[in-house]
Ligand binder design. Structure first.
Ligand code: CU
Length: 113
């Protein structure tokens, strides 16, 4: 009994700390002609170098989410709607995210410094 209680206690303490170390960003494309990357409620414009969890919601069969920058080139499929999670290490530099078929209007960027 004591061991179980201890294990539960350790898990409860360790889990939030582990998550806190890796910030989560939310990328969304569609269903309209929009593409966004947010941390909480704010658009991502500047980040510190490090590892981030990208939760991508590709909400349209005619759009995709394509993130590109130093060491990173990740994209979702245009023809599908689905959610995907990427764990990515960001280095200093400029990153852009676009919808490939509509990159002239569906685009955004942020800098890592
Ligand atoms: Cu598009």
């Amino acid at each position: 009994m004591k061991l179980v209680a201890l294990a539960v206690l350790v898990a409860a303490i360790a889990a939030p700390a582990a998550f806190a170390k890796t910030p989560t960003l939310n990328g969304v494309d569609g269903p309209g002609f929009t593409i966004t990357l947010k941390q909480g409620k704010n658009n991502v414009k500047k980040l510190k170098p490090g590892t981030y969890i990208f939760k991508i919601a590709d909400k349209s069969g005619i759009h995709n989410f394509h993130l590109k920058g130093p060491g990173v080139d990740k994209k979702t499929s245009v023809g599908k709607t689905y959610n995907v999670t990427w764990k990515l290490k960001l280095k200093k530099g400029k990153y852009t995210f676009v919808c490939d078929p509509h990159k002239s209007i569906m685009k955004g960027s942020f800098t890592v410094s």
